[in-house]
Design a protein around this ligand. Sequence first.
Ligand SMILES: Nc1ncnc2c1ncn2[C@@H]1O[C@H](COP(=O)(O)OP(=O)(O)O)[C@@H](O)[C@H]1O
Ligand SMILES: O=P(O)(O)OC[C@H]1O[C@](O)(COP(=O)(O)O)[C@@H](O)[C@@H]1O
Ligand SMILES: [Mg+2]
Length: 538
Amino acid sequence: METLSYAFTGSASPKLNLPPNDSVYRRLLGYRHGFTPLNLATLRSQGRSRVFPKLHCSQQNSENSIDFSDPDWKSKYQQDFERRFNIPHITDIFPDALSFPSTFCLRMRTPINEEFAEGYPSDEEWHGYINNNDRVLLKVIHYSSPSSAGAECIDPNCTWVEQWVHRAGPREKIFFKPEEVKAAIVTCGGLCPGLNDVIRQIAITLEIYGVKNIVGIPFGYRGFSDKGLAEMPLSRKVVQNIHLSGGSLLGVSRGGPSVSDIVTSMEERGINMLFVLGGNGTHAGANAIHNECRKRKLNVAVVGVPKTIDNDILLMDKTFGFDTAVEEAQRAINSAYIEAHSAYHGIGIVKLMGRSSGFIAMQSSLASGQVDICLIPEVPFNLHGPHGVLRHLKYLIETKGSAVVCVAEGAGQNLVKKTNATDASGNIVLGDIGVYIQQETKKCFKEIGIPADVKYIDPTYMIRACRANASDRILCTVLGQNAVHGAFAGYSGITVGICNTHYVYFPIPEVISHPREVDPNSRMWHRCLTSTGQPDFI
Ligand SMILES: Nc1ncnc2c1ncn2[C@@H]1O[C@H](COP(=O)(O)OP(=O)(O)O)[C@@H](O)[C@H]1O
Ligand SMILES: O=P(O)(O)OC[C@H]1O[C@](O)(COP(=O)(O)O)[C@@H](O)[C@@H]1O
Ligand SMILES: [Mg+2]
């Protein structure tokens, strides 16, 4: 568990040992999913039971909390936030590192064929660069009370505290000479629509800066150690059309060599810019690679691009591929609906991805308007019993004649047999909740003597393998370009993201301290419930 010792010294430079991010803090204070003691009491007094608060009251001791009676608590919190969200820069370890005018020309030239002996062209009069002090507001809602839906509060009064993160984009000064760069791109974890778009944009943008040595590392981190896997040279020509198909040009994998072996391999290959496309696990690896490079005093930029179909990375509006997944899931849900609707007492069950977060299931259910029951990992449910899913299915069959269930793969894991297995990356292999619900539904309707025609659809890999839709492609394009801008600007140990529709750089640890989850007290989840019309299943 994260350390929570808040030592408000009142000195000019307070040493606050704050938790890695707000939601962790909220969790530990019992504010998980926005349920402060206050709003829980309010909701209960209103007789609203659609809440599943888990208050960890035992953790709410004085040692674990900010001293809100300190008149300076807010500015201390902000100072500490500033420190946490500071993005590591090359000058942290090489204070004398030289910078150069950017070769990324806002007025398009062709630096690819230029010699730089005369110095670099600069467009500093153009006002098109990002200033290092440009910031984007992280939270944009001022909740007037902790009882507001989805409230994210720092103190019991839900005081407004501005929290800023760094704006992404090209800087006027760069810290790498393009002709000295060897850039590598690696894609890790599971597939996700848009991987090729990001690879493409990174390669293209690197070329615009004037980099000639660009390679792809095959099959994830494994490609650093497996001698049989050769680097893939990349250029605009090679990547020109790769976005037209799904998957990853470079291949993906789970597991692989140790961080130390990866960095040794990077040294041997002369890689000084590494672009890492992956989810929580990959980013943990990227951050460890960044730290190891610093330990070895290597002048290397490690920049992540969050890739997860599950949309489970903290603090971002969304991750690329998620919109495409939701769109593709419509086909499966619609098929389930047609099958169910056309059958006598038809029940369609669709399982969608989402290891620990139900974003795909929630958004797909909302988008389709055809789902009667949406089940996600964040909201516990009973299958059997008077308030269980099966009882509601019986009601739906009796009243509507058919029903559609959309279940996230990580939902109801307490109901299925544990596999005790892990994949090569150490992720727990989940029990199959979709198959379990299918079997129990068939059994239940047989027992109660009501005919039911149950059809089960598992479209998971079809959704993951497709190419990105137009909106995801734009997101991939901007993220890929910003990753390159971040590396040239001398940042490392960072990842790119979209935050309140603006593009930003985050320090990696802040976005991966735990998987982002659907907040059962959020307006979005309540909208989903309004749309499906489902009751609580507890
Ligand atoms: N804590 C970690 N430290 C270093 N590398 C990690 C860590 N967790 C996972 N990895 C590596 O990151 C890669 C992808 O991780 P995985 O969890 O499979 O996918 P994702 O990045 O999509 O979450 C794997 O090669 C795995 O070995
Ligand atoms: O079959 P695989 O390759 O292990 O992938 C399954 C996993 O992929 C995911 O869609 C995404 O996981 P990652 O973000 O770790 O790639 C999970 O929801 C799912 O459990
Ligand atoms: Mg993972």
